[in-house]
Design a protein around this ligand. Structure first.
Ligand SMILES: Nc1ncnc2c1ncn2[C@@H]1O[C@H](COP(=O)(O)OP(=O)(O)O)[C@@H](O)[C@H]1O
Ligand SMILES: [Mg+2]
Length: 256
């Protein structure tokens, strides 16, 4: 569980996040949703320590991240896996070498064990057959799966994904969502996903934190989204035709 308390982030005189209070739950797919520019990436960067909050607390299972020194933060980061916007693989390394990279950097295991672990993760994301390929030789969806394999190779307690479906077609996005959700439940990871993909919201939104212009506007799960009276949330969710239709059908049924 990650608790965020009274988190404010300003850059010089511009405040981007205003007094955010939220909890990201263990073993669940926690989503941060909001329009482009609302503050999702800045919030995630505060969580993982790439930005220092201007004010507030971040507690990792009770451990106060902000007050940790550099070394303690580095240790905490080994409990975190990250999938950034774009797959961010190393072009000059094969898929297998990419997934092994965190182990090569941080683990004392011998080469065979590191290969075995990386291959287990590649098998989990159904990509073992591409282990010797280079990123440029595989599709965007496969690159994303390789990035997910790399993110979980050190058995993270916490998994951060910033717009994992950006640039992917809807079908591939669904595969990625199901993969992230499956990993989360299988390993009991506290997973946090930034998204503005409404298919993801309705598909895997177990705990959804809605950010509007830097303020936490709403929190709930995917079932509560459908019934919400929050007009800002409805504007975001039902901006897509499909979900407007779903809502209309629900309202029709309510009348009957
Ligand atoms: N390093 C930075 N310095 C100043 N402003 C920033 C910085 N990073 C992001 N911002 C601003 O913070 C706001 C939120 O950005 P961001 O978190 O990237 O939005 P989102 O991820 O929801 O699309 C934007 O107005 C953006 O311009
Ligand atoms: Mg962003």
């Amino acid at each position: 569980m990650i608790e965020v308390k009274n988190l404010t982030k300003s850059f010089e005189d511009k405040t981007v996040l205003f007094n955010i209070n939220t909890v990201f739950e263990t073993g669940k797919t926690n989503l941060i949703i909001g329009q482009s520019g609302s503050g999702k990436t800045v919030l995630m960067k505060n969580l993982i320590g790439l930005f220092e909050p201007t004010q507030g607390e971040i507690l990792y299972d009770g451990r106060d991240f902000i007050s940790m020194n550099k070394k303690e933060k580095a240790m905490m980061r080994r409990e975190m896996g990250m999938v950034f916007q774009g797959a961010a693989l190393f072009d000059s390394l094969t898929v297998l070498e990419n997934v092994m990279f965190p182990l090569d950097m941080f683990s004392n295991e011998n080469y065979r064990d590191r290969v075995k672990k990386a291959q287990d993760c590649l098998a989990r994301v159904n990509l073992l057959e591409a282990q010797d390929k280079y990123p440029s030789e595989i599709s965007g969806g496969m690159q994303k799966r390789a990035a997910i394999a790399r993110a979980i190779v050190q058995n993270p307690k916490y998994l951060f994904c910033d717009e994992p479906n950006s640039g992917l077609d809807p079908k591939t996005s669904l595969v990625i969502d199901e993969l992230l959700s499956g990993i989360t439940h299988e390993f009991g990871i506290t997973t946090i996903i930034n998204t503005h993909d409404m298919n993801s919201v309705m598909g895997i939104g177990e705990n959804i934190c809605f950010i509007y212009k830097g303020h936490k506007e709403w929190q709930g799960n995917k079932d509560q989204v459908i019934n919400s009276n929050n007009s800002k949330l409805n504007d975001l969710v039902f901006a897509s035709d499909l979900f407007r239709k779903v809502k209309e059908i629900e309202l029709e049924q309510d009348k009957k």
